[in-house]
Structure formats: structure tokens, C-alpha cells
Design a protein around this ligand. Structure first.
Ligand code: TMP
Ligand code: ASP
Length: 237
């Protein structure tokens, strides 16, 4: 597999073409961003930890029948993935209230949501990733009603699989964000990454935050917390 030119540089990952039209390489950098990219810092080991964490989770999801972009790990910071046409919509599933839900509705952080909630945000930093609903996705042509239904179905399946996976190692999956894309065969496939950058994980007993909120809130020991989660799950780092 030959790595070719950079196709796109995101806030935390860079995307490269390869000599295979159906495959891309994702490079996980140490850049850590918050508040729609308004704050960016380099955190040692973050690229490596998130790349390996993501590979582990994506393989668990594949094993549970969820189609993902993951193909194979290439290096500490690099993974080979299926080339997807990304849908610019972020799917957020919440099991407990936190973050923007607490701000928007004034509910207490940690409130158990029964059942879970499913929300959509437009992936557009310049507009602050605005909250949108299903009719916006279809009306503006970001995705079809069928694609959206599949994204929702897969998001809820991810919630089932990962809530259990984290629960087994003493962690609450509070919420998470997923991004999907369309593969060359037209199918909806889970893309981007699943790592502590894009979810909230709390220790079940102490309620200690083990995710990017440590960075957003200046709590310190950000990567140490990511590494502890990886260690509990048995992710080889
Ligand atoms: P929120 O509480 O800020 O809406 O975020 C909900 C979850 O989704 C949280 O785990 C962080 C994640 N998320 C991202 O990773 N990137 C984003 O751009 C957004 C809107 C949420
Ligand atoms: N990843 C997004 C950003 O860089 C949202 C966040 O994690 O706060 O702003």
C-alpha cells in the first residue's frame, strides 16, 4: 500500500490518498482541539493512543455486525481505511445528561436519560456545529431519509455494544458522537473515529471523567486517563 498526497487535514487527523482508489490512510496527530477548534494543544502520545483505541473499538463493532471504515493498522499513528463519501452530520447518542444538553435544557449533569436520546449536529466549525433535526438533513440534501434511518439504527446498535463493553470495565458511556459515510457500493458505513476525544466516559464508582472533558475543563492528566481506559479494555498500546 503506497501513501500518496494529503487529501484533507482535520483538527486531529490528516487523510491521505493511496494507490488503491477505495482506500485512504488516516494519520492521528497529537493535536487536541476543543470549542470548535478555538483551542488547540499538542498532547504527547495522543495520536498513537487514539489510533490504537479506535482500531480496537472498530474491530469490536465489526464483530457485532456494524460496518466500519477500519481496514488495518499500519503504524503507531496510521490506519488504512475504506474511502467513504462523508455525510456532514454528527450523530450523538446520550445515556446521561452532560455537555451541551445540560447547557441547552438546564438539567442536572449525570441525569439518567431513559431511554437514551439521539441528536444530530451539522459538522461545520465555522457555524459552531449547530443542532439540527432530521428534516434539515433531507431538505438540505446532506443525506436521504433512508441513509438517516440507517445512521440512527447503527448509532443505537453502537450504543448497545459499547455501553456493555465499557460497563464491563467499570465505566459509564455517558454520550458519544459518530460520523458516517457512503462507501463505493452505496452502503452506509461508520467512519471517522471512536476514541475518548469524541465520547464521555465516567468511572462508575468515583464518577471521574476519563475523556476529553479533562482537556475542555482543564482537569489535567488527559492522556493518562485515555491510557487508563485503554488499559482497562485491554487495548494493546
Ligand atoms: P456535546 O455535549 O458537546 O453536544 O457533545 C456530545 C458528545 O459528542 C460528546 O461526547 C462530545 C461529542 N462531540 C464531538 O466529539 N464533537 C463534536 O463536534 C460534537 C458536537 C460532539
Ligand atoms: N472536537 C470538537 C472541537 O475541536 C468539539 C469538542 O471536542 O469540543 O471543537
Amino acid at each position: 500500500m503506497e501513501k500518496r498526497e494529503e487529501l484533507y487535514r482535520g483538527k486531529a487527523k490528516s487523510v491521505y490518498k493511496t494507490d488503491d482508489a477505495d482506500r485512504l490512510i488516516l494519520l492521528f496527530r497529537n493535536d487536541t482541539s476543543a470549542f470548535d477548534g478555538k483551542r488547540i494543544e499538542q498532547l504527547d502520545r495522543k495520536g498513537m493512543v487514539n489510533n490504537k483505541f479506535n482500531a480496537f473499538i472498530m474491530q469490536k463493532l465489526e464483530a457485532a455486525g456494524i460496518p466500519t471504515q477500519f481496514d488495518k493498522l499500519l503504524a503507531d499513528n496510521e490506519v488504512l481505511v475504506k474511502k467513504l463519501d462523508m455525510i456532514p452530520v454528527e450523530c450523538v447518542v446520550r445515556n446521561y445528561a452532560a455537555g451541551s444538553l445540560v447547557k441547552r435544557l438546564g438539567v442536572e449533569e449525570g441525569l439518567k436519560l431513559n431511554p437514551y436520546t439521539f441528536e444530530l449536529f451539522l459538522k461545520d466549525d465555522a457555524k459552531g456545529d449547530p443542532f439540527i433535526n432530521e428534516s434539515h438533513v433531507v431538505a438540505f440534501g446532506w443525506g436521504t431519509a433512508e441513509q438517516l434511518a440507517k445512521m440512527k439504527e447503527l448509532s443505537l446498535k453502537v450504543n448497545d455494544v459499547l455501553s456493555k463493553l465499557f460497563d464491563d470495565v467499570g465505566l459509564l458511556l455517558v454520550d458519544f458522537k459518530l460520523e458516517f459515510g457512503v462507501f463505493s457500493d452505496g452502503s452506509i458505513v461508520l467512519g471517522d473515529e471512536f476514541s475518548p476525544d469524541g465520547c464521555r466516559l465516567w468511572d462508575k464508582d468515583t464518577k471521574k471523567k476519563m475523556d476529553k472533558d479533562r482537556f475542555r475543563q482543564g482537569l489535567g492528566d488527559v492522556i493518562e486517563a485515555y491510557e487508563e481506559v485503554a488499559h482497562r479494555l485491554g487495548v494493546p498500546l
